[in-house]
Design a protein around this ligand. Sequence first.
Ligand SMILES: C[S@@+](CC[C@H](N)C(=O)[O-])C[C@H]1O[C@@H](n2cnc3c(N)ncnc32)[C@H](O)[C@@H]1O
Length: 252
Amino acid sequence: MKLNNTTFSENLSQVYDSCTTQEYYNMFPNSILFYAQQEINIKGSKVFDIGCGNGNLSAAMGILGASYVLGLDISESQIEIAKAKHPYRNIEFVVDDAYTVKQQPYGPFDLVTCMYSFHFIPNVDVLKAAFQNIYKNLKEGGTLVFLDITHDYKYSKAKMEQLKSLTSYCYKPNVAEGEIPKLWDLVPGYVTLPNKQLLVDHFAIHGEQLKETMLEIGFRSVERKPFVFHDLKMVDFFGPDGFNHHLFVVKK
Ligand SMILES: C[S@@+](CC[C@H](N)C(=O)[O-])C[C@H]1O[C@@H](n2cnc3c(N)ncnc32)[C@H](O)[C@@H]1O
């Protein structure tokens, strides 16, 4: 099975950058920062942001005083945007693949963040490799704060329409109303722009699979956390019984 968009279409970089300016979007990086700060003091720490996109989260950690932030992304256009937006001395942005990335010379890191970058992963072997790469780049006792969309919701056409009106993203899993997309199935998706639609196909990863894989490769604890919600509407929509996203605080 293949994605129509091989990883993250280069065409999407500008679109995603503008999504991150929407008010609802702050809930995601803010939640990551909230839990990261419960675990470590970002000031003076070394941080690795995997699938950094436009670099906003990397930059937030730089501004909080991290001594070194490495933002990595497979997309050249995303890294170009990140470098242009955040030209700070303590932040470096590189093009690389999270599935094969090596141990970094300026690591190991106190904190790894990974936000919405693993839903293109096609099978458990690649998932394992990607988490192993995070593991080897983390210090003993270090923290991973991980967040991704997981396609283990019960499909509801009405809820999907709601997602589309909120975010412009829409997924069409091949399941009937009330059913859960099957693990690793292709989930076709698109984002609607004023004059066109761009493909954003995913694979159906389930939260339990993420947790199981992290524990299997050696992380000592994996805890699911709620978003730090900014309003009640969001609790209903992205909460544990709503559209499924998994935020994990993970310890090595
Ligand atoms: C939905 S965006 C999220 C960007 C950013 N983390 C954020 O939340 O604003 C997904 C990002 O993951 C990156 N990505 C996808 N596959 C990757 C891989 N194998 N290695 C590194 N980055 C990858 C994409 O290029 C894209 O920038």
